[in-house]
Design a protein around this ligand. Structure first.
Ligand code: ATP
Ligand code: SKM
Ligand code: MG
Length: 170
């Protein structure tokens, strides 16, 4: 059986995975999948509803399960907690390229602070969130050693940097 060749965008909440992912997919003329949206559609609940009714662990399990069902050659915006289970990264590496959209915590915090759709952001203080960020940043970087792209300037620059990294732009 042939492997998939997806492009997985990973990174903290507000890193731009959804925004960049959808524009990038258009440029590459491939389908875009927002994994958070896939989970919400399949479960017929919003992410805050899933967290409050079924719990975080249930959401994480479903997120990993639905990710592994995606076939083909797509740009996939993952959820910020996609590295929750170790084997998810192994699966992503076997099924495509993992790109980390990186930005400093101060910028990410500004982007997510006003939004109530991210339970991990609303349920933690700024200090707690920064600790979560510091821990995850190490893991995101390790997961995408040569594929880390700045995501705090112009969106077009982020897209060009990804295209360069994946060899679609010289
Ligand atoms: N260079 C950039 N790259 C990506 N996003 C940027 C950039 N500059 C500004 N932004 C803004 O940052 C926000 C990123 O939000 P987005 O919802 O795409 O993040 P996300 O990574 O999908 O978050 P989540 O994990 O919560 O789904 C958007 O409002 C986007 O316009
Ligand atoms: O960083 C996280 O843990 C999350 C990020 C979002 O993309 C969603 O997947 C959900 O809100 C959890
Ligand atoms: Mg998103």
């Amino acid at each position: 059986m042939e492997n998939n060749h997806h492009l997985f965008l990973i990174g903290f909440m507000g890193a731009g995975k959804s925004t960049v992912g959808s524009l990038l997919a258009k440029k590459l003329s491939v389908d875009f999948i927002d994994l958070d949206q896939v989970v919400e559609d399949a479960e017929e609940k919003t992410i805050p509803e899933l967290f409050s009714t079924k719990g975080e662990r249930y959401f994480r399990e479903k997120e990993a399960e639905y990710l592994k069902m995606i076939k083909g050659n797509k740009v996939i915006a993952t959820g910020g907690g996609i590295l929750y289970f170790d084997d998810t990264l192994a699966w992503m590496k076997e099924n495509g390229t993992v790109v980390y959209l990186e930005a400093p915590f101060s910028i990410l915090y500004q982007r997510i602070a006003e939004d109530s759709n991210r339970p991990v952001a609303t349920q933690n203080s700024k200090e707690q969130l920064e600790r979560i960020f510091t821990e995850r940043h190490k893991n995101y970087q390790r997961a995408a050693v040569d594929m880390t792209v700045p995501s705090y300037g112009e969106i077009e620059e982020t897209i060009s940097a990804i295209l360069k990294k994946i060899g679609k732009l010289t």
